[in-house]
Design a protein around this ligand. Sequence first.
Ligand SMILES: C[S@@+](CC[C@H](N)C(=O)[O-])C[C@H]1O[C@@H](n2cnc3c(N)ncnc32)[C@H](O)[C@@H]1O
Length: 259
Amino acid sequence: MDLKFGDIQETALIPLAIKASETSRPNARIKDPKAKEIIDTLGVDVSKYDPVLSHEGVIARTIMFREELKRLLQKYPDALCVNLGCGFDDKFSQVDNGRLQWYDVDLPDQIAVRRKVYSDRPRCTMLDGSALESGWTAQLPKSAMNIIVMEGVLEYFSKDQVKTCLNMLCDSFPHGYLLAELHSPFLEKNGKHHDAVKHTNATFGWGTKSGREYLDLEPRMKLISEHSYNEEMKKYTLVGKIFSVIGKNINNRLAEFKW
Ligand SMILES: C[S@@+](CC[C@H](N)C(=O)[O-])C[C@H]1O[C@@H](n2cnc3c(N)ncnc32)[C@H](O)[C@@H]1O
C-alpha cells in the first residue's frame, strides 16, 4: 500500500511497530494483536522503528497511560474520552468499561490511513481534527467529564503550539483531565540522536523540566501528578534499570492536568 505521511504523522509507526513486536515476544508485557494486524494490512516495513530504548519507553508509557485511564474511569465511568493524536493506537480496547464514549481524533491524512485498518465501533468513533484548532469539538456530545489523552503528541509542538492546544482544550471542554506525555529540554536539544525518531523527518519541540511550566500557558489547568517513565521502565530490563539512573532527569513523563 502506498502511504504518504506528514513528518509528525510518520512517528505513529514507532509505537505501532513496538507494540506489535512486544506482542509477539514470550512473556509480552502488553498484548496488542491489532498492532500486528495493522502492519500486515498496510504492508509497511517498520523494523527501523523498534530500537531498544524506544521499545522500553513505549511499553512503559502504554502501561502507565492505560493504568491511569482505568483509575480515572473508575471515578468517571461515563466520561467522554478523546485520544487526540491517536495515530494507530487502540487504547479504547484496553480500557473500555461498556459505558464511556470514545473519540479517536487525528489530522485528516492520518485518520484516512486509520480508516483503512479500523472501523467505527459502538461508542468509539474516528474524527478528523487538530490539537491546534477547536472546530472538531463541536461535533462531540456534551459530557460532564472529559478525559483527553495526548500520548506522543505534544513533544512535537513549539511552546506557542502547546499554549494554543491547552487554551483550546479549556475553551472547548468545561471540565476535564488531560493525560499528556511531556519531554525534557535535553531531548528538545538532542532529538536528532533519538534512536527511533531520527529515522523520521520529525523534530522535537518545546521541552520542559516540569509540567508546572504548562500552568503559565493555561492558568485554568492544575497539575495533579507527574511520573517519569523510568518508574515503570526500571521494573523490567537491565537497559531500563541503567537508563533510570543515567537518564534520571531526561526520560519522558506522564503528566495529569485537571480543569
Ligand atoms: C508519535 S505519534 C503518536 C500516536 C499515538 N498517540 C500513539 O501513542 O500511538 C504522533 C501523532 O500525533 C499526530 N499529530 C501531529 N500533529 C497533530 C495535530 N496538530 N493534531 C492532532 N494530531 C496531531 C500525528 O498525526 C500522529 O498520529
